[in-house]
Design a binder for this molecule. Sequence first.
Ligand SMILES: NC(=O)c1ccc[n+]([C@@H]2O[C@H](COP(=O)([O-])OP(=O)(O)OC[C@H]3O[C@@H](n4cnc5c(N)ncnc54)[C@H](OP(=O)(O)O)[C@@H]3O)[C@@H](O)[C@H]2O)c1
Length: 284
Amino acid sequence: MKTVELPHGACVPVLGQGTWGMGEKKSAHADEVAALRLGIELGMTLIDTAEMYGEGGAEEVVADAINGHRDDVFIVTKAYPHNASRSKLPKACERSLNGLRIDAIDLYLLHWREKTPLLEETVEAFEKLCSAGKIKRWGVSNLDVDDMKELFGIENGTNCAANQVLYNLENREIEFDLLPFLRHPSTLNHQLVLMAYSPVGHGRGLLENKTLKKIAKRHDATSAKIALAWVLRQPGAIAIPKASNEKHVRDNARSVDIKLTKEDLADLDQEFPPPKSKKSLPIL
Ligand SMILES: NC(=O)c1ccc[n+]([C@@H]2O[C@H](COP(=O)([O-])OP(=O)(O)OC[C@H]3O[C@@H](n4cnc5c(N)ncnc54)[C@H](OP(=O)(O)O)[C@@H]3O)[C@@H](O)[C@H]2O)c1
């Protein structure tokens, strides 16, 4: 599978696995573990979770799925903004480490930004966790251009390794200014990657779209594969679809084989037009 480089020597696949909605029901635990394990076997070794998902439940599902495979996987988890202060972040990190049953988080993200704590404080807390060996790198999620500019102005702010944002055919807002900003040569120096969340539309009907189905037919593929291939056409982007169903996991893993043609891309642009003006970054 194609890979992307992150700071401090990590090379991760462009396709990972999400976990939002996992760890909420005991009865689903075994199936969720099996789905993530299958995804790991198929090369989707980056796993995205958060303390918010199932209030720690998803991290426990991940712990079981990666048991015996720690060296093969790259674990991303996220802290609530209300836990991102100087005093609370180390505790939240420790809870996540315990839940995940690992010694260090590969990438630790601020889930979204709130007025408090200030970004400076969160960056300082992230940097301390890096120095203590509790996390290998840190990043942010749901930060728009102005927030990113502010972050880069803070001491050590350019150590940010990722911004995880909503990006799929129906939500192309980042193409107007966030993506160009992240692609700007001065930003590229920082080795920051874009992680696209809800890449197959969060189960809200995107995959039923007629144009998407028509293009899927051309490739003898599914709508999900086309939706993922479309996200992955962005150089350096990582997509993190969530699938609890093994059929979906297999389908997603094979999306990396799809090469969209100019005709496909033009049809998709017509159905899902790129943004013509600034719209604030939507958050799910
Ligand atoms: N940072 C943030 O604020 C944020 C926000 C949202 C999401 N995320 C992360 O991004 C991950 C993905 O986003 P998401 O869960 O919102 O949405 P998503 O991955 O776009 O969609 C998940 C839904 O699509 C279904 N699905 C997956 N693959 C499919 C396929 N091949 N064919 C048909 N249906 C398929 C899943 O069903 P089954 O489960 O039944 O297989 C599930 O209902 C999350 O799980 C989370 O880790 C982060």
